[in-house]
Design a binder for this molecule. Sequence first.
Ligand SMILES: Nc1ncnc2c1ncn2[C@@H]1O[C@H](COP(=O)(O)OP(=O)(O)OP(=O)(O)O)[C@@H](O)[C@H]1O
Ligand SMILES: [Mg+2]
Length: 252
Amino acid sequence: MTTPIIEVKTLSLWYGKFQALKDVTIDVEINRITALIGPSGCGKSTFLRTLNRMNDLIEGVRITGTVLFQGRAIYAKGTDLLDLRQNVGMVFQRPNPFPISVADNVTYGLRVHGITDRTVRDERLQRSLEAVHLWSELKDGLNRNALALSSEQQQRLCIARLIAVEPEVLLMDEPCSALDPIATARIEELMAELKKLYTIVIVTHNMQQAARVSDTTGYFLLGELIEVGPTPQVFTAPRDSRTEDYITGRFG
Ligand SMILES: Nc1ncnc2c1ncn2[C@@H]1O[C@H](COP(=O)(O)OP(=O)(O)OP(=O)(O)O)[C@@H](O)[C@H]1O
Ligand SMILES: [Mg+2]
């Protein structure tokens, strides 16, 4: 057993009258990759967003239950959302670099957090780009507009932008869905490296990807977390027949 960095207890979420998450309970273990799978519309993205309170931005959302990050209740009054999102950052399906230079993208969060020291910025810039294997390709093009990069480079850049503010957890919502198979394989390799330093929670439609990259897998269906366990067990000996139906391709 390792230590959970995030503990979710009986979490439910409603969009207006529609209940999108039902009593979800899960521990996210530190320095592990947790994959969330399940058919479209089952609440994977909604759940991921609850982990850094991104649903707060959506009108009409109501949440019950608790989410502890490093033992602290993130939905408690007085939670510093800027601080939470620095520690628990998110990468989206479509890479979303800002239409500014590569360097300014990576150091964006530092400016938000008031870190203006040039030496610190340059050092974080290099270290973050090195961590995602972009430094050697881009060190002579740091002033290039990020939108001119390939999709894979853009997704790596978005990961570098998170890393620059030294988070604990990286949330990834189908981070490879806009990438070709070769780029996908390289991003998967990168995830395996990143988990030494960070905890990763990844939503994926691709069950092979979940099986390849993750340590723990959770299966969502209609807002419920049906089953969660060590990835090899979930894929070879699921405890719930509904999980088995899904992973064997009987539906979804
Ligand atoms: N902003 C919103 N307002 C109202 N309903 C929403 C909103 N976002 C999502 N939903 C609904 O909540 C349910 C869960 O959606 P969610 O996007 O979390 O599913 P998902 O598992 O990520 O699906 P996909 O695999 O297609 O990305 C769906 O029924 C969806 O229509
Ligand atoms: Mg989704």
